[in-house]
Design a protein around this ligand. Sequence first.
Ligand code: ZN
Length: 178
Amino acid sequence: MIPIKLKIHTWPAAVLRKKCKPVTVVDDNIRSLLDQMYLIMMTNDGVGLAANQVGLDIQLVIIEFKNKLFKLINPKIIKKDGNFNILEGCLSFPGLELEIKRAKQVWISALNELGEEITIEADDILAVIFQHEIDHINGICFIDRAPFWQKLKYKLKGIKNIKPVDKKGIKTKESDRL
Ligand code: ZN
């Protein structure tokens, strides 16, 4: 059932570590959740929001950048290229900004609101937003990808329980000890 009210969950909420489940049927419930997520994102001045940031264990992502709105279901990165980084923030980490090494160009496959398969190509800032949000639904937060020299920033904020990821974006076993 549709939760009546969604809210942003901030670190260290356990749901941010969830590898979200794929959506099997794209119906009015899903479209309603996407609409609710969009409203929350707008209210919080965000450019991207993943379902587990509002406590939902399903693969939904909302992105709005330069008047282009994406409501994506089960999004996946199918190809990436180049390097690009900007200062990233996250609605689940208020006040924290980190510069993360990302791909400059990404190709995404997803379902749209009608359940149709789509492919999107994005570069630069939009590519970073896609990578940030798709990380979220895989239980990965941007602190996990921060370079060593930036760790001081979140350590100063008392952020713990970082789980480094390997090159494929899969959490390493060693990370559980950190
Ligand atoms: Zn985020």
